[in-house]
Write a new protein. Structure first.
Length: 72
């Protein structure tokens, strides 16, 4: 799984990598293939997902949106 994770690092977003790894682990569990959590953590380094700070819209932005919407 380590090489699969390394392959994904250059192609998809970090959250997608985590989702795909969880899917693979669930598939292994379904097939009765045991994955040692200790070995998994030692060998597979998942990227950290960076959360962007969310900024609220200002009153003027909301007013502009409503004005544009009412024109249509």
């Amino acid at each position: 799984m380590a090489s699969y994770t390394a392959y994904l690092k250059g192609t998809v977003a970090p959250i997608t990598i985590k989702q795909r790894i969880v899917t693979v682990k669930n598939f292994f569990e379904y097939c009765d293939i045991e994955v040692s959590l200790r070995k998994f953590k030692l060998k597979v380094k998942l990227p950290k997902s960076v959360q962007k700070d969310k900024k609220a819209l200002s009153k003027s932005d909301i007013a502009d949106i409503l004005i544009v919407k009412n024109r249509k």
